[in-house]
Design a protein around this ligand. Structure first.
Ligand SMILES: Nc1ncnc2c1ncn2[C@@H]1O[C@H](COP(=O)(O)OP(=O)(O)O)[C@@H](O)[C@H]1O
Ligand SMILES: [Mg+2]
Length: 211
């Protein structure tokens, strides 16, 4: 599961956050953006996949309904991968060139984890595509037990009754830890308080932005 990604040779830094829905990405990213801006850094906040994919029928069907057999998951995965190639090389790279600290809510690792979790373990094209994607300077993987992540999602009023594929979340949970380990990612447990987690995140971020 080790990926050979492009080196970031630009002035800016790339920081990414992956992990289950409800693990705390948005919460921690918000804090980080504020801290970076308060400390005089130019920040560009973005997310993957982009709205182009999020608004597509195939993506919505997979996210919102247990009945998605009319679509081949690889078709969605390739769409997401295509979106990530475009986003990495025409949006993120541009901002890195301009010296921004780019923060991405989810990244290519999510594409890999989801493809494997859906059972496509032999699909090597994902590793080929990874070669066109820039490697983050810091890749955070926020980690929380699946039950806690689901409870946090359910606390959001608009998501109280949302469809969640629990066995899939369990697979993703384990895959994220493996992907982090094999690609030099930083696993942060968000079972701990928001403050404690943020301190841990900041420690890693300071190593690259103050270097
Ligand atoms: N250590 C922590 N870090 C981040 N969020 C936490 C933490 N502990 C509890 N939470 C809560 O978990 C929820 C995470 O939601 P969110 O940040 O939207 O997750 P995600 O963007 O990963 O789906 C929030 O309600 C947040 O208050
Ligand atoms: Mg979020």
């Amino acid at each position: 599961m080790k990926l050979e990604m492009l080196k970031n040779e630009f002035e800016g830094k790339l920081i990414t956050f992956c992990g289950l829905d409800g693990c705390g990405k948005t919460t921690q990213i918000k804090r980080l953006v504020k801290w970076l801006e308060d400390n005089g850094h130019k920040v560009y906040l973005t997310k993957q996949p982009t709205d182009f994919v999020r608004e597509s029928e195939i993506f919505r069907t997979y996210m919102d309904s247990p009945d998605h057999d009319d679509y081949d998951y690889r078709a969605l995965s390739l769409l997401c991968a295509s979106d990530r190639v475009q986003h990495s090389n025409r949006v993120i790279s541009q901002k890195l060139k301009e010296g921004y600290i780019v923060i991405s809510d989810r990244y290519f690792y999510s594409c890999l984890a989801n493809l494997i979790a859906r059972g496509f373990k032999e699909d090597m094209w994902i590793y080929e595509i990874a070669k066109s994607i820039r490697k983050p300077d810091v890749a955070f993987f926020l980690n929380v037990p699946v039950e806690d992540a689901i409870a946090r999602v359910r606390e959001r009023p608009e998501e109280r009754n949302r469809y969640i594929d629990i066995p899939l979340q369990k697979k993703l949970h384990d895959l994220y830890v493996n992907i982090a380990r094999e690609n030099g990612g930083v696993v942060v447990s968000t079972v701990l308080s928001e403050d404690t987690c943020f301190e841990r995140i900041l420690l890693e971020v300071k190593k690259v932005v103050e270097a």
